[in-house]
Design a protein around this ligand. Structure first.
Ligand SMILES: *[C@@H]1O[C@H](CO)[C@@H](O)[C@H](O)[C@H]1NC(C)=O
Ligand SMILES: *[C@@H]1O[C@H](CO)[C@@H](O)[C@H](O)[C@H]1NC(C)=O
Length: 251
């Protein structure tokens, strides 16, 4: 780890430590779910929503919804700790820590380098068309690569990873977001367990080079057009994204 990265990681660690003490979860932050011990209230105009019950609840715009299925949803109001605390009627006394069970033919995808080691690929707004981020294992999404498309299984609906075309030749990283319509720029592939992307119209030095760049509390995922670990954009960190096919996502 270079000194610059060490400073960044230390700053991030302090930030996270402070965040854990906060009473209110950040916008789009986790606010409940299996094993969650952090804040369970959301900022104004955000509601704690059980997006992947019982494992994960997230602060989403709006007021409390009825999407949750856990017993905790019987409480109402925008600050109820949906999905946290009370055990569900179906769970055993030894609730496993982990995510939804991996569907046949799918993989989890996770970062393997600090400071996002074993953070999992998902949508910023869980299961919805929104920017690609890496986040907690309890919210890990599931993926297939079919005909060059990276497809997220969003509760039975396909979300495609769409790569933002470079605006000009000085651009060094490309944003990735989830969309109901397929990508038209390039081709995703698993090479071994490593997720790669290439395009006939985009010059890349390494097809498996990814960047994670924080935007507020979101850890946004980018395609790195430069060489791995060389001239990393300020605030970003280099990583590769690798398939993980354990039964559930693990830290
Ligand atoms: C290239 O595109 C980026 C991103 O849109 C922009 O910030 C930058 O100013 C552009 N540079 C040139 C030389 O056009
Ligand atoms: C980054 O955060 C700002 C402020 O919340 C937001 O307006 C912007 O859309 C975010 N960018 C991405 C790519 O999510």
């Amino acid at each position: 780890m270079t000194p610059i990265k060490a400073v960044y990681f230390s700053a991030l660690a302090s930030f996270l430590a402070c965040g854990a003490l906060a009473q209110t979860a950040p916008q789009y932050g986790q606010c409940g779910g299996t094993g969650w011990t952090g804040p369970t209230t959301c900022p104004a105009n955000f509601a704690c929503t059980a997006v992947s019950p019982p494992w994960y609840s997230q602060c989403l715009p709006g007021t409390a919804t009825t999407t949750a299925t856990t017993t905790a949803t019987t409480t109402s109001g925008s600050t109820s700790p949906v999905g946290s605390g009370s055990p569900t009627s179906s769970s055993t006394s030894t609730a496993p820590s982990g995510s939804a069970t991996l569907a046949p033919g799918y993989s989890f995808v996770r970062s393997v380098e600090a400071p996002t080691f074993h953070q999992y690929l998902e949508s910023q707004v869980l299961g919805k068309a929104s920017p690609a981020v890496v986040g907690d294992y309890t919210a890990a999404a599931q993926f297939q690569v079919v005909n060059g498309q990276l497809i997220q299984n969003a509760a039975g609906t396909n979300l495609y990873a769409v790569v933002q075309p470079p605006a000009n030749s000085t651009v060094t990283k490309l944003g990735v977001s989830w969309s109901a319509t397929p990508d038209t720029l390039g081709t995703f592939v698993f090479s071994g367990d490593s997720l790669e992307w290439s395009s006939p119209s985009v010059v890349r030095q390494q097809t498996n080079a990814w960047l994670v760049c924080p935007n507020g509390t979101a850890m946004l995922v980018f395609i790195n057009l430069g060489a791995y670990d060389y001239m990393t954009p300020a605030g970003c960190s280099d990583t590769t994204l690798n398939a993980y096919t354990g039964a559930t996502a693990v830290p």
